[in-house]
Each structure stands twice: as structure tokens, then as C-alpha cells.
Design a protein around this ligand. Structure first.
Ligand code: TYD
Ligand code: MG
Length: 456
């Protein structure tokens, strides 16, 4: 009989140790080591030598064809994956519980089935009836997509191999899958890794694309080992503020395309609806003439996106005033407040600052600096910013305004939505604004504040 031995696997980074300890030596996380029993391989049975492999030339005489892609028809999804699912590739989608991962993937499977493709949805989390109930809600009860409730990865892999022409397999979720000859529980590092490996191999041999749902930990990373992210070709996050109905699909890794595109959806009573015009949605609830709000003309991938930034600067009773930020980087806010204070004399120290990106969107672009600065200055001076104006530009530590990419795309989107003025940095190449919108290009942040005739 095979001997088993205990190992301790870090559930955060996947490191393996022979002894338990409270803290993982590899990643420094506490309480992440859990015992897993593995079969001991007797040393003498291991083969000593290897077999020579054939090395081939990188340059091939005939043209290599580009990856075969399956366009799903769900445009927002296709945009994020870089133009559809690549045959034989593996995709991991992470997101908070209840954000809509299962809904999105069920819609995807049904969409493909409706286009005559073979798509299967395997769930280890819900019963077939629960999935049917969701399908009913989505209005896709008559779909030809196939369904199974299973958690044994070896069985699923066998099913994939014996189902010819399968185009897409969805596994909801990888944390519920297990490989029977491993003793550890489903969801542990070794099970997640082994099950994913088994399933990806099966999908690759039969050229089906495979999509895994991955749970996330409370700090937002995909639960289980980082190795899972290394094993797949594409990692997407489905995110959004649960109190809002907007959902954003964001790429963080993509072996076959760019990762800066986002897909925007709206959660409705009949599932996720695609949002081809996100700016209209994000500005929908905007109130005009309120001090402390500015419209940022942003860019997500190739798509312009207008969002509202709200700031509130209030006297603080605390020794170290609050800096609450939702949807933006707090380090960036600290830098910007320092610049406003030290270079432009805007009194911000000793005051609480609350900053919010409306609609639950998260902005990573430095181009948002100018819009945030405008919102802060407007809140301090209690004066609304010019109506129908958008702002974009990066602020340097010297308070100079730095140029950002694609000014014309941003202005075009703003003009389309009825904005008449764009505040932005000076550009080395002349920017031709579309008709209906004028541009104001101050040199630095102090000039900008003066232009707003800020009194504070
Ligand atoms: P779900 O896809 O189960 O989330 P996840 O798999 O990420 O945990 O989505 C669950 C939420 O979405 C749930 O709170 C109900 C809501 N929902 C709708 O608002 N409309 C719908 O049509 C559906 C199917 C779900
Ligand atoms: Mg789910």
C-alpha cells in the first residue's frame, strides 16, 4: 500500500513545508498553512534519466495561422478577451460572491448554444434546478446548451474528451472541484491545482475553450494558489459595487490580447445587459451645479469613458484627518493633496477628505489627477465648477500638467454627450477638438485654479 505523508500547504501562495507554523515563511501570511496528505513516492522507483526531446526552429517555413477564435457574440465579453475565445485556451474569472459570475457565464453558454455551438455548463455549487431557475429568469429556458452538476475533475475531463466538437466548457467553480486520488479537501491548494491541471489538459486535447469561476478572498485576490493564475491563459475580474447595478469585466492577464479593455454590464431583472454607451450610464444620476463634482474624460482601453468624481472637504476634529477614497488610489490622492497644498496654497491639511468615483467604477489612469484636483478645489471653495466642462490631465509633483494619451478621443466623447469645454494640459502636437467643444490648456495647477477663479 502506498504510504501517505503530511505536508503543509500555504493556501495563499502555494508554498509547501514539512512542518506546521503560524506564519508562512514564503509569503509572510498568517494562518494560511493547512495540512494535506499526499502519497509518498518511494525514491528508488523514480527514473533517473530523461529522454532527449526534439528541438525545432522558431522560424517556420509556412505561415503560422493566428489563434482560432470563437466570437461569442456577447460584445462586451469579446472586447475584454481580445476578440473572442481562443480554442483550447483557459480563462479564469474571479469576483466577489453575488456579483454575477454564474449569471454571466450561463448567458455566455446560452448565447453560444443559440449560435449553434456546443457549450456546456458544469456547476459544483448549485443544483441543476437552481441553474434552470436562473435560466428561466434570463429567458433562455429553451436553450440547447448542456448542463451537469459534478465536482469530480477526472470525470469531467473524461466527458470533455469523449464529447466531440465541444466549443466551450464552463466550470463553476474551480474551488468545488476535486481529484479523487488526492486526500485533501476540495478548495485546498493541491486540489485546486490538480483539478485545474486535469481540466485544462482535457480542454487542450479536444480544443475546447474552458472558463473557470474562481472565488476571491476577502482582500479581492483569487482564492487558492497564485499558480492557478499562472496556469490559465487569461485572468478576468468581474467587479462592481453591489449597491449599484453596474458590473465591469476587466482583464488582468491575457496571453492573446491586451488587458486594458473593460466590458460594462448592467444587472437587471433579466440578467446582465450589455452597456455599449457607458458614459451615459455613469453620468445618468449626475446633479448639476453642485460644488465638489467634476466630470473626468477617461479612457478604458480603446474606449472613452466619462465619469463623475465627487469630493467633499470638511473640517476635521481628528488629529490625523480622514482620507476616504472609493474608486481611486489613496496614494495618488495623498500626492495630489500635497501638491495642491504646497504648490498652490489650497488649504487641505487639518480637513477630512472624501473622494468617490460615481457608479462604483475604479479608475487607475493618472489622467484623472486634474479632475480630482478640480473636484477638491471646488469643494474647498464651495463653488461649482463650470457647467458642461470635462477635465483630464496628469499632475506632476512640480504642479505642472502633463499630457496624457488620446486627447481627441476624450474630447469627442465629451462633445457627443453635450459638454462644451475641456480643461486639459498643453500637448506637443496640436489637438483638434471636435466642433461644439472648446479647450482650455493651463500650464500648471496654479494657473488652472486661477482660471477657475477659486476662492478658498
Ligand atoms: P450570481 O450570478 O449568482 O453571482 P455569483 O455567481 O458571482 O455569486 O448573481 C447573483 C446576483 O445577481 C443575485 O444577487 C441576484 C442577481 N440577479 C439579478 O439581479 N437579476 C438576474 O436576472 C439574475 C439571474 C441575478
Ligand atoms: Mg455563482
Amino acid at each position: 500500500m502506498a504510504r501517505t505523508l503530511s505536508q503543509y500547504h500555504c493556501q495563499s501562495c502555494g508554498a509547501v513545508t514539512a512542518k506546521w507554523s503560524g506564519k508562512c515563511d514564503a509569503c509572510g501570511e498568517w494562518n494560511t498553512l493547512s495540512e494535506e496528505r499526499v502519497e509518498a513516492t518511494p525514491g528508488k522507483k523514480r527514473k533517473a534519466g530523461g529522454r532527449a526531446i526534439e528541438l525545432v526552429l522558431l522560424a517556420k517555413s509556412e505561415q503560422t495561422s493566428p489563434a482560432r477564435r470563437l466570437v461569442t457574440g456577447l460584445e462586451e465579453f469579446d472586447r475584454v478577451t481580445g476578440g473572442g475565445l481562443v480554442a483550447g485556451s483557459a480563462i479564469l474569472i474571479g469576483g466577489d460572491p453575488g456579483i454575477g459570475k454564474s449569471t454571466l457565464l450561463l448567458q455566455l453558454v446560452c448565447k453560444l448554444a443559440a449560435a449553434g455551438r456546443k457549450a456546456a455548463y458544469i456547476t459544483g455549487e448549485e443544483s441543476a434546478d437552481q441553474v434552470r431557475m436562473r435560466a428561466q429568469r434570463l429567458g433562455v429556458m429553451d436553450s440547447t446548451a448542456t448542463l451537469a452538476t459534478a465536482t469530480n475533475a477526472v470525470d469531467i475531463a473524461e466527458t470533455v474528451r469523449s464529447t466531440p466538437d465541444l466549443d466551450l466548457l464552463v466550470i463553476d467553480s474551480i474551488q468545488t472541484m476535486y481529484v479523487p486520488n488526492l486526500e485533501s479537501a476540495p478548495g485546498t491548494v493541491s486540489q485546486v491545482r490538480a483539478a485545474a491541471h486535469e481540466l485544462i489538459r482535457a480542454a487542450k486535447t479536444s480544443d475546447a475553450a474552458i472558463v473557470f469561476v474562481g472565488h476571491v478572498t476577502k482582500d479581492g485576490a483569487i482564492a487558492g494558489p497564485r499558480v492557478l493564475e499562472h496556469m490559465v491563459d487569461c485572468v478576468l475580474y468581474f467587479e462592481g459595487d453591489r449597491s449599484h447595478h453596474f458590473r465591469i469585466l476587466r482583464g488582468v492577464k491575457n496571453r492573446f490580447g491586451a488587458t486594458d479593455e473593460i466590458g460594462v454590464f448592467e444587472m437587471s431583472e433579466q440578467g446582465l445587459q450589455q452597456v455599449p454607451n457607458p458614459s451615459e450610464l455613469f453620468l445618468g444620476e449626475r446633479q448639476h451645479n453642485v460644488a465638489g463634482t467634476a466630470v473626468f474624460a477617461g479612457l478604458e482601453g480603446t474606449r472613452p469613458l466619462l465619469v463623475e468624481i465627487e469630493a467633499l472637504v470638511a473640517p476635521s476634529s481628528l488629529a490625523s484627518p480622514r482620507r476616504n477614497v472609493v474608486g481611486w488610489d489613496s496614494g495618488r490622492l495623498a500626492m495630489l493633496t500635497a501638491v495642491l497644498e504646497a504648490r498652490c496654497g489650497v488649504p487641505l491639511s487639518g480637513r477630512d477628505i472624501f473622494l468617490n468615483v460615481a457608479g462604483g467604477l475604479r479608475i487607475a489612469e493618472p489622467a484623472a489627477d486634474l479632475a480630482v484636483a478640480a473636484a477638491l478645489v471646488s469643494s474647498v471653495s464651495a463653488k461649482p465648477l463650470p457647467a458642461r466642462a470635462v477635465f483630464f490631465g496628469e499632475v506632476a509633483l512640480s504642479a505642472e500638467l502633463r499630457q496624457v494619451p488620446q486627447a481627441e478621443t476624450r474630447l469627442k466623447e465629451a462633445a457627443k454627450l453635450g459638454f462644451e469645454q475641456g480643461f486639459m494640459p498643453k500637448f506637443s502636437k496640436k489637438v483638434m477638438p471636435p466642433s461644439g467643444i472648446s479647450t482650455t490648456q493651463p500650464d500648471n495647477l496654479s494657473d488652472f485654479i486661477e482660471l477657475l477663479s477659486g476662492r478658498y
